[in-house]
Design a protein around this ligand. Structure first.
Ligand SMILES: Nc1nc2c(ncn2[C@@H]2O[C@H](COP(=O)(O)OP(=O)(O)OP(=O)(O)O)[C@@H](O)[C@H]2O)c(=O)[nH]1
Length: 317
């Protein structure tokens, strides 16, 4: 842990400089012993979590025992975080969190009554305990996001896919009338593209295909690189017919938008589509899409095949 952190690295926002000189209710500054006890409790509690909302909730809970506050607002533009714990209110006391020239966002304490200088001094006496857990939580969040992204295409990777499919299948199970479909996509004759144009050109084709897939679906649909030259789209609230029409749209867009250097031959892909029918786990659902994809390859490639579940199949799911 860097030891150079000082109180001055918490920048109190200038907008808080307008405060009434007399607090609208009596705030009795805790004794040095009580502050010491709070610091110990807080330090112990805040280091139990790497979740930003949970850290703020713990901070809110501990502070409330000493100082009446309605809520805590935390904003970090770089990390795209804007989160509120508790209730919003008119007055705020805001701090910029900085450590070793790095910014970790702005934190505001809010309530309906103005904060006095004494109260702000009290808040500042514990603020150094907040910055380390928040910094660790931000780093953890960033690491998790990186671990879920395929570096070549920028799409979500297979690990993220397993988590998403399990979550969406669970949701569809809970809400029985909610549809869920997936599309498995495999670039046709990709080995020959690599062989003829080289591996780097092959990589470029994969990036272009990923872009076409990503831009052809709704914002709520999630796209993954399943592996090699295979991609998967998870379509929430989508029937088999809707998923089929999306697959058809992507199928037509690929040869239109993906370009090989010499433009001699179009790049195409084959598609397998499956609707969730109560499978026990995600590999069972992907396996049905894979069988449909296999049929698409067998039927000459550059086509969409949907997986139809017979009554007999449904019984064995
Ligand atoms: N450039 C590049 N190639 C990859 C990557 N991952 C897998 N491949 C190649 O993708 C090719 C896939 O070939 P096959 O599985 O034979 O499939 P295909 O040639 O597309 O044939 P069909 O699927 O039957 O149309 C292999 O040559 C792999 O080496 C990658 O990240 N970049």
């Amino acid at each position: 842990m860097p030891s150079s952190f000082t109180q001055s690295s918490i920048g109190r926002s200038s907008e808080n400089s307008v405060f009434s000189s007399v607090s609208s209710f009596a705030f009795e500054a805790p004794s040095a012993d009580r502050i010491q006890a709070l610091r110990l409790q807080l330090a112990t509690a805040l280091q139990t979590s790497l979740d930003i909302d949970q850290i703020l909730t713990l901070l809110h809970r501990h502070l409330k025992a000493y100082l009446p506050i309605s809520g805590i607002h935390y904003v970090n533009g770089d990390a795209m975080i804007d989160t509120y714990i508790g209730r919003s209110a008119k007055h705020r006391c805001q701090y910029q969190l900085n450590m070793q020239k790095q910014a970790f966002g702005d934190i505001s304490f809010v309530r309906s009554k103005r904060f006095s200088e004494q109260e702000m001094a009290f808040i500042e006496s514990i603020m150094d305990l907040v910055i380390f857990p928040l910094r660790n939580a931000l780093k953890y969040r960033e690491a998790m996001a990186t671990a879920m992204i395929d570096p070549l295409t920028g799409l979500n990777n297979r690990g993220a896919m397993a988590i998403t499919l399990e979550r969406e299948m669970e949701r569809a199970r809970r809400n029985e009338d909610q549809d869920l479909s997936i599309i498995l996509i495999d670039v046709d004759h990709f080995k020959s593209i690599n062989d003829r144009y080289g591996h780097l050109a092959g990589d470029d084709i994969l990036r272009q295909v990923a872009r076409v897939i990503h831009t052809s679906v709704r914002r709520c649909d999630v796209c993954f690189r399943y592996g090699g030259e295979e991609f998967l789209i998870c379509l929430t609230n989508s029937t088999l017919e809707l998923a089929r029409s999306v697959a058809e749209r992507v199928r037509l867009a690929i040869p239109d938008q993906v370009k090989l250097a010499d433009r001699e031959r179009p790049v195409t892909a084959s598609f397998g589509v499956a609707h969730y029918e109560g499978e026990a786990d995600w590999p069972a659902l992907v396996n049905r899409a894979d069988q449909a994809l296999f049929s698409a390859k067998d039927q000459g490639r550059n086509c969409v095949v949907t997986s139809l579940v017979t009554e007999q199949d449904a019984l064995s799911l």
